[in-house]
Design a protein around this ligand. Structure first.
Ligand SMILES: *Cc1c(COP(=O)(O)O)cnc(C)c1O
Length: 387
């Protein structure tokens, strides 16, 4: 049986896969089973930070793989300690808990919020304010935190203790904080799955100030926006705020599974021994890859990402039939006259892989994409939008 039939027969049908089998890749170029090449503007959903088969990253990963692949968290390993240091040094945070995915990083943040609530106001202080249209993951608690009903159906009852504010509306936050016994506010600064919606600077700094004044843990979900994606190492750095906790995953591992819950002063002492854990979290091979990724995201490199992002955005806005381009850096959402589904299918035919987010075409290319590849991708998109 060929791969597509085998997959359809034996892999659970939770994804509507596109009819492409990926067999190879190099940077921002992907090759399918027929030898057809595509420009990759998805990077495995913001995961392959430096694209496919990046040599430096492969070297970092295989060097560790040749030493040992795993040990339990009962022992020290250098890659794990080094990565935690890097993350804290570059963000002004204090401590990191490592897991294997974005949802797990958010689970950790939710547990921290609960621990903070108990310390602050006892057992009843557990409600977390999140935003409508947010996406925080697929586990039961992160699903409960996700402010989109479509994901909740079929899976109730969900864990209690989440209320949803309107993004951009400070009064809605204040009202929920008055009506509930709250311990935290959790949000993405650019809602990825929710449609690449960028929160305003004004709103975000008001929320940060409100959280501070009311002793609410401010949790920023940087699972998608993090690791250079928006042209800064983390998106909160665009906003002049410092969260109490931020979570990240996707691009951090450069292609291997990792999640990180990064804690500032207010959160770093909430857990004691035995309060949280993960068998695979902090895996040395994955961490060695992540150290390579974070080390290479220098200020100069990030400035280049920002430049590419602005270039791409400007080019997209020149296309007839494009009504709006949202997002920052290399995380962009294109709103076109034509339906995104049609654009995505047509682009695939012409050798360009893109994603969707609500009614938009979502672009998350590897940060290493070249200006020539951007030009080619924009040309294909223009043809698809105007066809
Ligand atoms: C993808 C995503 C998650 C979930 O990450 P997984 O690794 O799939 O568990 C959580 N939050 C945001 C903002 C995401 O984009």
């Amino acid at each position: 049986m060929d791969t597509k039939n085998l997959d359809s027969k034996y892999v659970a049908h939770t994804y509507a896969r596109f009819p492409v089998e990926i067999v190879n890749g190099n940077g921002a170029v992907i090759t399918d089973e027929d030898g057809k090449e595509y420009i990759d503007m998805g990077s495995g959903i913001a995961v392959n930070t430096f694209g496919m088969a990046d040599e430096q990253w492969i070297n970092a990963v295989t060097a560790q793989l040749g030493k040992f692949q795993h040990t339990s968290n009962l022992y020290y390993t250098k890659p794990c300690a080094e990565l935690a240091e890097l993350l804290c040094e570059k963000t002004g945070m204090e401590k990191v808990f490592f897991s294997n995915s974005g949802a797990e990083a958010n689970e950790c943040a939710i547990k921290l919020a609960r621990a903070h609530g108990e310390k602050k106001g006892g057992k009843d202080c557990y409600t977390i304010i999140t935003l409508k249209n947010s996406f925080h993951g697929r586990t039961l608690a992160t699903l409960a935190a996700t402010g989109q009903d479509v994901f909740h159906q079929k899976f109730t009852p969900l864990p209690d203790g989440f209320v949803f504010a309107d993004a951009g509306d400070m009064n809605s936050i204040k009202k929920l904080a008055e009506e509930n016994n709250c311990c935290a506010i959790m949000m993405e600064l650019i809602q990825g799955e929710g449609g690449v919606n960028t929160l305003s600077k004004e709103f975000v700094s008001e929320v940060a100030e409100f959280a501070k004044q009311n002793d609410l843990l401010l949790i920023v979900d940087e699972v998608q926006t993090g690791n250079g994606r928006t042209g800064k190492l983390y998106a909160f750095m665009h906003y002049g705020i410092k969260p109490d906790v931020f979570t990240t995953a996707k691009g951090l591992g450069g292609g291997l599974p990792i999640g990180a819950c990064v804690m500032g002063e207010k959160a770093s002492e909430l857990f004691g021994n035995g309060d949280h854990g993960s068998t695979f979290g902090g895996n040395p091979v994955v961490c060695a890859g992540a150290v390579n990724i974070i080390t290479r995201l220098t200020d100069d490199y990030l400035a280049e990402v920002a430049k590419k992002g602005e270039y791409l955005k400007a080019k997209l806005l020149e296309i007839d039939g494009v009504n709006d381009v949202s997002g920052m850096g290399l995380m962009l959402g294109v709103l076109a006259e034509k339906e995104s589904k049609q654009i995505i299918a047509a682009a695939r035919e012409k050798g360009l892989l893109v994603l969707s987010a609500k009614n938009k075409v979502r672009l998350l290319p590897p940060l290493s994409i070249t200006f020539e590849q951007i030009d080619k991708a924009v040309q294909i998109l223009a043809e698809c939008i105007n066809a």
